[in-house]
Design a protein around this ligand. Structure first.
Ligand code: C2O
Ligand code: CU
Ligand code: CU
Length: 491
């Protein structure tokens, strides 16, 4: 059943059958220019507007696809906000069901957070005021309605959000938006034969998360970016519902990670392979000064049922037996000025952790049992859980004290779950039984839990029971089935 204005409301629940034939509608060539989202610049105090709407866009040649977006046909503009300012936005909704705008990664009050308790109802307008006080970082925003987040994000209700810090020393990193500083929202999607996107999680795709067989970057399949012959900063966001990417270049070239979820790292970290789970971000610097064209690839997602072979979820024809696939291409354009050619050894303006000794430990056990089985049976189960409880909008699961440092221990043994916490950035202490080097991972708001992760958290903003913060798995089908909880932060 394709997405239509009506089916956006109805057809995405657990009871919908997969279409008999998933169109293997690969865009034959790819190579369209990388779309660069418009910037909605809120710096300096101008009020902006974001309106959720249904629209259509062309992803596949000759076919139009019904979509959703925030003041755009698909996805939304890149928002830019300044530390030390209040960013103001008028939020609208022309869709016939409630949506929200959650500011993923912003350290703002629960009342500003845009979670499930803060819907923008159909035809309503909400004035959002976001008090920005955190280091420069690459964040994002997306709809966050209980039981509907997976469908909303899948059809396009998401966008990137950049925090700038005018008072921080210059990092010296490439920063010409759209030229040597590129936002890359990477997502997987499924299209049916008519060109519409299919969102019908059921059975294994409900239990393991919903994946697509086409890879989109900024809403284009297999696009090509033209870059200058120098250093280029890529702001990567995994905007997929469930897919974990393992990024690398086809020529194996090394690159440097300079930022993670919460901002810049203290020093560049050299690597040639980068894993990004749903909702995670990384800023990387790639050297294109050799002038060679190069393809960005991803390895297969080990979380995917049977390596992704089921249900048409295998990304376009894989490149090899490991299941690696192409994400996008880069070509060097000598006409573009290469402004930055060297990277400093340490990063001015890096986010500085400020935790101190923990005073408490809390435990969170993520469990897919129940929801998964009910999904298998075709029932509308909502019993994925954390600590044995499925998300209940009326229940506050944890109460946290403002300004106290805690260790949160997250256990998840059945598969890899990206655990996310609202309202702050945390430091990962250990994962999979191995100590984690904070200089390499930086400040995070998502951690891909390998059996057990321990994180150091502290909150500098409050959240009341009326608009609590969330903690949840960012596999959106898990979240929608209840692998989420709520907490308050108070003095
Ligand atoms: Cu990105 Cu609670 O979300
Ligand atoms: Cu969030
Ligand atoms: Cu999960």
């Amino acid at each position: 059943m394709p997405f239509t204005r009506r089916s956006f409301i109805k057809a995405t629940g657990a009871g919908v059958f997969l279409p008999a034939i998933i169109g293997r509608a690969w865009a034959l060539e790819g190579g369209a220019p990388l779309p660069i989202p418009e910037v909605l610049d809120l710096r300096g105090g101008d009020q902006g507007a974001l309106t959720a709407r249904l629209s259509s866009a062309q992803f596949l040649q000759g076919r139009s696809t019904e979509t959703a977006g925030y003041s755009a046909d698909y996805l939304g503009p890149v928002l830019r906000v300044n530390r030390g300012e209040t960013a103001r936005l008028k939020l609208g909704n022309s869709i016939s069901e409630p949506v929200s705008v959650h500011w993923h990664g912003l350290h703002i009050e629960g009342a500003q957070d845009g979670g499930p308790h803060s819907p923008v109802n159909p035809n309503a307008t909400v004035n959002a005021a976001l008090d920005i006080d955190q280091p420069a970082a690459t964040l994002w925003y997306h709809s966050h309605i209980m039981g509907r987040t997976g469908a909303h994000v899948w059809y396009g209700l998401a966008g990137m959000l950049l925090v700038d810090d005018p008072a921080a020393p210059d990092s010296g990193l490439p920063g010409s938006y759209g030229v040597d500083d590129l936002p890359l929202v990477v997502q997987d999607r499924i299209f049916d034969g008519s060109g519409n996107m299919v969102y019908a999680p059921r059975g294994p795709s409900l239990m393991m998360g919903y994946r697509g067989n086409e890879i989109l970057v900024n809403g284009a399949i297999l696009p090509e970016a033209s870059v200058p012959a120098g250093l280029v900063r890529l702001r990567l966001l995994n905007g997929s519902n469930a897919r974990i990417f393992h990024f690398r270049f086809d020529d194996g070239r090394p690159f440097a990670q300079v930022g993670s979820d919460g901002g810049l790292l203290p020093a560049p970290v050299a690597m040639s392979n980068l894993t990004l789970a749903p909702a995670e971000r990384a800023e990387i610097i790639v050297d294109f000064s050799d002038g060679a064209a190069v393809r960005l690839l991803s390895g297969a997602d080990g979380n995917s049922p049977m390596g992704g072979m089921m249900g048409g979820m295998l990304p376009r024809p894989p490149l090899d037996s490991s299941g690696a696939f192409e994400v996008m291409r880069f070509v060097v354009n000598g006409g573009l000025a290469a402004k930055v050619s060297t990277l400093a050894d340490s990063m001015a303006g890096a986010a500085v952790p400020d935790f101190g000794a923990p005073v408490r430990r809390r435990s969170f056990r993520l469990d897919t049992m129940g929801g998964g089985m009910m999904g298998m049976m075709g029932g509308g189960g909502s019993s994925m859980s954390i600590n044995g409880a499925a998300m209940d909008m009326a229940v506050i699961n944890q109460r946290v004290k403002l300004g106290e440092t805690e260790i949160w221990q997250i256990d998840a043994t059945d598969m890899l779950h990206p655990f996310h916490v609202h309202g702050t950035s945390f430091q990962v202490l250990s994962n999979g039984g191995v100590a984690v080097d904070p200089a390499k991972t930086g400040l995070k708001d998502v951690v891909l839990v390998n059996n057990r992760a321990e994180i150091l958290v502290k909150f500098t903003r409050t959240a009341t029971a009326a608009t609590p913060y969330m903690f949840h798995c960012h596999i959106l089908e898990h979240e929608d089935q209840g692998m989420m909880g709520q907490f308050t932060v108070a003095p």
